[in-house]
Design a protein around this ligand. Structure first.
Ligand code: TRP
Length: 355
């Protein structure tokens, strides 16, 4: 059998996952599990960049994310779940990649800048905070994937990853600067130039109707929210519309949600048509339909999640993490060996031993 191309993506354990993660990336992951060799990374090292003083919480959040993944249908028999802090090759590659990126280039990364603003980090963030974006290049390239399924906010990181991969291949593998992105491996490069794959809804607006859905902005619906909480939160979406007969704006937050969650195209068209004409349709009615659609989506996820929210659930999760990470280390170690050999650092191949 021909080797399947690889996919790598991941989440930082900052809490349970929300609907923005689902439509931005999880949907794509589920769809691609059969076609690709998939690696899903728990970026627990990155969680320490803003919460170094909360190790217990980071550990708990890491377990919760795996429960969310399994509940969504990520299947550990087909896909590999990877714990970042148990893959030493990632930490090592981060160092080498840090040499290939000018300091100013890292600090210009728009996703970092947005995060510094949104989280109010001012100029007090640790050195490790901008370093995480270099680390993310290593997360990805350690697996030499073809695709990286992510939400729109991560595209700037993938762009930096592509720059690092090109530079590495050009400096250490003699790849010609005129080589097309698709041809880097064929031209002798260690790293392929990975591509971002943005989901159906790359940026889901939060229940505040303004900002991107995000746990820290308090505008998120979580995959683990029960039905009545979903209803209540959808009810909070603010549009400013006054009556059932006022012509509505179908680009408002409410209708972004209609298109994100109501999967019957005909019904979406009908709602858009009546709303834009102010044809006797209230925001409350639209919200009720959205909440129903979301609850239909989340119901099977809730059922599966309940299996892991049991006393033995955490042990199952830890087993999944350990066996996935063992598989992941095989490929990451192979990549590291290839990279170090290209850099003249081939002083004998090592093996990792562990559980
Ligand atoms: N930075 C990503 C986020 O906060 C998580 C992440 C870490 C990631 N490493 C990655 C995503 C590698 C894709 C690929 O959501």
């Amino acid at each position: 059998m021909a080797q399947r191309s690889r996919i790598l993506t991941g989440d930082t354990p900052t809490g349970v996952l929300h609907l923005g993660h689902y439509v931005g990336s999880i949907e794509n992951r589920l769809r691609l599990q059969d076609e690709y060799d998939c690696y899903f990374l728990l970026a627990n090292m990155h969680a320490f960049t803003t919460r170094a003083d909360q190790p217990d919480q980071i550990r708990a959040d890491t377990i919760e994310i795996v429960k969310d993944w399994l509940a969504c249908g990520i299947d550990p028999d087909r896909s590999t779940i990877v714990l970042q802090t148990e893959v030493p090759a990632i930490a090592e590659l981060s160092w080498y990649f840090a040499m290939l990126l000018p300091f100013n280039r890292v600090m210009r990364n728009p996703t970092l800048k947005t995060e510094i603003d949104a989280k109010g980090l001012g100029d007090t963030y640790p050195f490790g905070f901008p370093m995480y974006s270099v680390g993310q290049c290593a997360d990805i390239l350690a697996f030499r994937p073809e695709w990286v399924p992510v939400g729109q906010d991560q595209v700037a990181h993938i762009e930096m990853t592509r720059e690092v991969a090109r530079r590495f291949d050009q400096i250490y593998c003699g790849v010609d600067s005129k080589t097309e992105d698709e041809d880097f491996e064929r031209a002798g490069g260690v790293f392929p130039i990975p591509k971002a794959m943005v989901g159906r809804v790359g940026r889901l607006v939060g229940t505040d109707g303004k900002q991107k859905m995000s746990k820290s902005l308090n505008n998120a619906i979580f995959l683990s929210d029960p039905p009545n909480v979903v209803k209540k939160k959808v009810g909070q979406i603010y549009t400013g519309r006054q009556s059932m007969t006022e012509a509505g704006d179908i680009d408002n937050a409410l209708f972004q949600w209609v298109r994100a969650f109501i999967r019957d195209e005909e019904r979406v068209k009908e709602l858009e048509d009546r709303y834009s004409r102010g044809d006797n349709i209230g925001d409350g009615h639209v919200k009720a339909e959205i909440a129903d659609a979301i609850n239909t989506l989340l119901d099977p996820i809730r059922t599966r999640r309940a299996r892991y929210d049991t006393p033995g659930g955490e042990d199952v999760v830890i087993d999944v993490i350990r066996s996935g990470t063992r598989r992941a280390n095989e490929i990451a170690e192979q990549t590291l060996y290839m990279a170090k050999s290209a850099m003249g650092l081939d002083f004998g191949r090592r093996t990792l031993s562990g559980p």
